[in-house]
Design a protein around this ligand. Sequence first.
Ligand code: NAD
Length: 297
Amino acid sequence: MTAIIIDGKATAGAVREELARCVAELKDRGVHPGLAVVLVGEDPASQVYVRNKDRAASEAGLAVSTLRLGADTDQATLLAAVEELNRDEAVHGILVQLPLPEGLDENQVIEAIDPAKDVDGLHPRNVAALTMGRAGLVPCTPAGCIELLDRHGIEIEGRRAVIVGRSMLVGKPLAALLLARHGTVTICHSRTRDLAAVVGEAEIVVAAVGVAGLVKGAWIRPGATVLDVGINRNEAGKLVGDVETAAAAERAGAITPVPGGVGPMTIAMLLRNTIIAAALANGLDAEEILASAAAAR
Ligand code: NAD
């Protein structure tokens, strides 16, 4: 078998076109969705991410502003900046780019963000909402994984899903989302015994670890769907995922490449969260606005 390659770049492009229509519709109703990104320090990878987010948000018609603070910014200054964005009615989504420079308390900063503007979905209120099956803002990468499955007709209900990685950013929220869609979910981590056997049972495998080629092609159950969240650089400086893609593609039914798989969906979901936050802040039905843009596709 040779797997279908799930083209995340094309899918994200389609999502972003729909979202641009949502933004236009919101503007017709007098709402201009605004995203504020806070970047502290000079981390080169973060600079690239923030530039990409900025461009994608502008292309979709969002009002986007980036607040750049020096690496020597102290906690009180950062918290004050977040408070100001919380109060700013033109800002519907706030994203503080992580990781923060050493010495700053990430948890305290995340908790300072108004949960209604927390487009990263990391505030404890949103984490609780997700776990409890209530409405809230969902972390972007896991939301992107679900969207990829849905848009490729890959069923979740009743199926066996195995997630490798238990981070707050990817593994745990994705488990909650798959569970909410009636998947049977197992989360593996660095202490899991016989990872090969657990992964081998999965109809849906998600790798979110950050170790190149950790998930071997030979582990994949024939016909399984494989989502590779990992972003690593190999010795040659090339971007690679956590899965041995070529070998896994021999057995899988469908697989995401790296780059061009899950990654592009993350930014698209950030835009979606900002639109949802803007709609809700103005008493509008976010689901209805998203559905009408999707129906037009
Ligand atoms: P993390 O470091 O916070 O978590 C990694 C997880 O992997 C931990 O739960 C750990 O228990 C588990 N783990 C470590 N070694 C393991 C092993 N040998 N076997 C099994 N599990 C093991 O990382 P994260 O923030 O969740 O990110 C994971 C990867 O996904 C990274 O490569 C990151 O760059 C990438 N990522 C990509 C996107 C995207 O948009 N595509 C977004 C977020 C993260």
